[in-house]
Design a protein around this ligand. Structure first.
Ligand code: UDP
Length: 254
């Protein structure tokens, strides 16, 4: 018996109707998928950790003026978010070559990029999320030129802020994926950050050892997947050791 209406079920999250109009409850699952659903698995505790990690990062971003859909965490696996109209584009920001960029251009993983690179992918499981250009996005009406300008400006701010935040805890932000939505307030529309920010959609490497502390451990069968997500939360100072009241701030690494 479910109390709430299920609005949407994705690979890693479920969206339920929220308590007030214009809100949704975002439930974080332990399910993990990779390679467009060809690889499936469970990362025990991932949902709990991603809920906390995303809460933490979205809250910090909100404090520096980045608008987000996040309202508040409700419990271990759920957060309350504003209902937005999701723009069907994944914005990937890259600082260091890895993953599909390394494969596509034959650039060894770990090569620093001369400047941050932004890429767009059209969200479509049937089409395997094809890479698209600004021309495709505006011509096919997925986002207006002004929406796209806002998405790029916000993505670069997120990159600058999170690169510094992670560096402070000994992690290199190699690349990450963001999603945006349209938030309607009266007759006004704003582009806001949506979805989640977690080791599911960021590549995070230890600064000293280059050890991968993200979903690549699952994609590439590197083992110690749960431990990697825990380590990110621990370094952010949000892994409760003696219960929820035992949350400390980030531990800065020299
Ligand atoms: N990413 C994501 N969802 C996707 C595709 C990519 O969250 O559907 C993230 C991924 O975790 C990485 C970044 O976007 O941090 C760049 O991924 P890439 O294009 O290298 O794809 P992959 O190597 O995962 O195929």
């Amino acid at each position: 018996m479910t109390r709430r209406r299920r609005i949407y079920e994705g690979k890693a999250k479920v969206l339920f109707e929220g308590p007030e109009p214009g809100t949704l409850v975002q439930y974080f699952k332990d399910d993990a998928t990779a390679f467009n659903n060809q690889k499936k698995g469970v990362i025990t505790g991932k949902g709990v950790l991603n809920n906390r990690i995303s809460e933490y990062l979205m809250s910090r971003l909100s404090e520096i003026g980045v608008p987000t859909h996040f309202m508040r965490r409700l419990n271990m696996r759920e957060q309350l978010v504003r209902e937005v109209e999701i723009i069907p584009i994944e914005v990937v920001v890259r600082n260091v070559a890895a993953g599909s960029l390394s494969r596509r251009f034959g650039i060894p993983e770990g090569t620093p990029l001369p400047r941050s690179i932004i890429e767009y992918y059209y969200k479509s499981d049937e089409l395997n999320d094809p890479m698209v250009s600004e021309e495709h996005i505006t011509a096919f009406g997925w986002a207006a030129p002004q929406d796209l300008d806002d998405m790029v400006a916000l993505s670069l701010r997120v990159n600058d802020y999170l690169s510094g935040l992670f560096l402070g805890i000994g992690l290199k932000l190699v690349d990450f994926k963001l999603e945006f939505g349209r938030l309607w307030e009266n007759e006004e529309m704003r582009i806001v950050l949506a979805d989640e920010i977690s080791p599911d959609n960021c590549r995070l490497w230890d600064v000293k050892t280059n050890e991968k502390l993200d979903k690549d451990r699952f994609r590439q069968d590197l083992g110690r997947v749960e431990e990697a997500y825990q380590e990110v939360a621990r370094r952010l100072g949000i892994l409760p050791e003696g219960g929820p009241s035992d949350v400390k701030g980030p531990k800065t690494i020299q």
